[in-house]
Design a protein around this ligand. Structure first.
Ligand code: AMP
Length: 252
């Protein structure tokens, strides 16, 4: 493909593909002469063996998903092809990896950096596409590529969400309906308002005139189903200030 002057856009994944993966593919399709997917459940980024073994795998369905989206090539190695011997060289971004997901799985980002660096060298894509859902992963890969001069452009892709705001993931299907509701955030405008008031009322000498959760076009809402506007008027002392922010499902 390179000899034909086509720049490859690479979309690294762990398979079990869904519409969330469709976004980076579509973006790569629009920007690159060729789209190359990697499908590989990477053992070195799982701190717990049972999580690795439990990860959903369905290569046949994934290949159909790719061909329906005009993916040009799929790189789907076996674990013993990728790691014929235990890895002894790694890339680390310790400053970015030491908090959030890095705390709960200390080896995770070391594994991620290695498994992204390898196809960058094997496939040599001109660009690679990563979801903003995995924001820490994206930041670490940007750091690796920048600091170590990998000749690949990193492109962030906005998160694709379910109608209730939950980010699409192959793990969503493991949630019970109740867990699902809990995962997709607060739906009651009253509770959202209460949470905002709890913060404002802890500040010294701030008088709250109003806090409201309303639609983006300033109408009342009974339930938070999509983006909403949190609007407030407060008096920090003798001066009245108003402000509002868009928030809720689909707003990050
Ligand atoms: P994964 O297969 O979960 O490792 O994801 C592969 C790539 O697709 C990563 O760059 C993810 O950030 C991205 N991705 C996964 N789910 C979504 C989503 N719901 N929206 C956008 N990108 C996603």
């Amino acid at each position: 493909m390179r000899s034909q002057g086509r720049t490859a856009g690479c979309v690294p994944t762990m398979g079990a593909l869904h519409a969330g993966h469709g976004a980076p593919i579509a973006r790569a399709r629009g920007e690159c002469g060729a789209v190359v997917m990697t499908i590989f459940v990477n053992p070195t980024q799982f701190d717990r063996r049972e999580d690795y073994e439990r990860y959903a795998k369905n290569l046949d369905a994934d290949l159909e998903f790719c061909s329906a989206r005009n993916v040009d090539a799929v790189f789907a190695p076996e674990a013993d092809e990728m790691y014929p011997k235990p890895g002894a060289a790694f890339v680390e971004a310790p400053e970015l990896a030491r908090y959030l997901c890095g705390v709960f799985g200390p080896g995770h980002f070391r594994g991620v950096a290695a498994v992204v660096a390898k196809p960058f060298n094997i496939l040599q894509p001109g660009a690679a596409y990563f979801g903003e859902k995995d924001a820490q992963q994206l930041a670490i890969i940007e750091q690796m590529v920048g600091d170590l001069n990998f000749p690949v452009r990193i492109v962030p892709v906005p998160t694709v969400r379910e109608h209730d705001g939950l980010a699409l993931s192959s793990r969503n299907r493991r949630l019970t309906p109740e867990e699902r509701r809990a995962a997709s955030g607060e739906r009651s405008p009253e509770k959202g308002k209460r949470a905002a008031l709890d913060v404002l009322e802890t500040g010294p000498a701030v008088r709250v005139e109003y806090v409201e959760v309303i639609s983006p076009r300033m109408r009342p809402v009974d339930r938070i189903e999509g983006p909403v506007r949190l609007a407030a008027a407060v008096w920090p002392g003798s001066t009245r200030r108003i402000d509002n922010v868009l928030c809720g499902p689909g707003q990050s």
